[in-house]
Design a protein around this ligand. Structure first.
Ligand SMILES: *Cc1c(COP(=O)(O)O)cnc(C)c1O
Length: 218
């Protein structure tokens, strides 16, 4: 089941996104066991993302062979547990968090790769900067010692209505293109979950985070 899902998804992603770019599939592994995750990795998953620091830490040594992303809301006082372990932080959604991560990274002598999270649908239940502020946030963070901004992350609103989703996805790609035009570190637009990844990929996302499509219902 997991193996079949991974092979099927990787095959569908082979052609790349709407811009002909390679797509990175990040398996969203919240609530999944290390054994399930290892099966996904053995079937071809190269990158996995956890939502909670506790789960990230608990499972860290229990499987091998994948880059470990952090994709969930991150409390400032828990940053210390991820330093040097997270391959990419998708969810930098406030300056205070960026400052803490930068400081801890500098102290450890490393540079942490981050995405700026955008609350593209202006939803109260979601974290992230407003889309209109995305470029200013990027400009503010891009020269921070200890951090390397690699792109942007967004979660689209939970709806099937493409008239709502397409303009939002296109707004994200526009922001990504604007930053990328001047900065070769910008390489990732992380957007797309099990319900909307096809739309996101067609509109230019090049990193998607899938849980249900790989592991089944939570
Ligand atoms: C759970 C989660 C996903 C994956 O959700 P599915 O609908 O199960 O694919 C992606 N991104 C984040 C931030 C998540 O928390």
């Amino acid at each position: 089941m997991i193996e079949e899902n991974v092979k099927d998804l990787l095959k569908q992603l082979e052609a790349g996104n709407g811009r002909g770019e390679k797509i990175t599939l990040v398996a969203a592994t919240k609530t999944r066991t290390a054994e399930e995750i290892q099966r996904a990795v053995d079937a071809g998953i190269t990158d996995v993302g956890e939502n909670r620091v506790q789960e990230f830490r608990d499972k860290y040594d229990l499987f091998t062979g994948a880059n470990r992303h952090f994709i969930g809301h991150l409390q400032t006082n828990k940053v210390k547990y991820l330093i040097g372990k997270a391959h990419l932080y998708h969810s930098i959604d406030r300056d205070e968090l960026a400052r803490e991560l930068a400081e801890r990274s500098r102290r450890a002598g490393i540079i942490s790769d981050i995405l700026i999270q955008i609350n593209v649908g202006n939803e109260e239940t979601k974290g992230g900067y407003p889309l209109e502020e995305g470029y200013a946030v990027y400009s503010r963070l891009k020269d921070t010692a200890g951090l390397r901004v690699r792109g942007f992350m967004a979660m689209l609103p939970f709806t099937d209505d493409e008239r709502i989703l397409i303009p939002l996805a296109d707004g994200m790609r526009e922001l990504y293109d604007k930053a990328r035009a001047e900065d070769s570190n910008i390489s990732y637009l992380s957007m797309g979950m099990s319900g909307d990844w096809k739309l996101c990929v067609s509109r230019g996302a090049n990193m998607i985070r899938l849980g249900t499509s790989i592991f089944g219902k939570r």
